[in-house]
Design a protein around this ligand. Structure first.
Ligand SMILES: [Zn+2]
Length: 79
């Protein structure tokens, strides 16, 4: 099996690990898993990705709204 084929079938697209901040194309190091209790069911989770520069910005945006959030390394995201 060629390496090229294996990559196209099993590799993740690069944008999956890009920072979620608008206009930022940096690689994300952190994942912010959050939920809006007013509109999301208890088992729903949203995930934002953040580079080192924008982790505080994105986390603060959600914390201001009192949303439950959890920050995990991007490598720990479930597939
Ligand atoms: Zn960023």
């Amino acid at each position: 099996m060629s390496g090229v084929l294996a990559a196209s079938l099993g590799g993740e697209p690069a944008h999956l690990h890009e920072c979620s901040r608008a206009g930022c194309r940096a690689a994300a190091a952190h994942a912010i898993v959050w939920r809006n209790p007013k509109i999301h069911a208890a088992d729903r989770r949203k995930t934002w990705l953040a580079c080192d520069d924008h982790l505080d910005y994105l986390r603060g945006f959600l914390a201001d709204r009192s949303f439950p959030i959890e920050v995990i390394p991007v490598e720990d995201l479930p597939r």
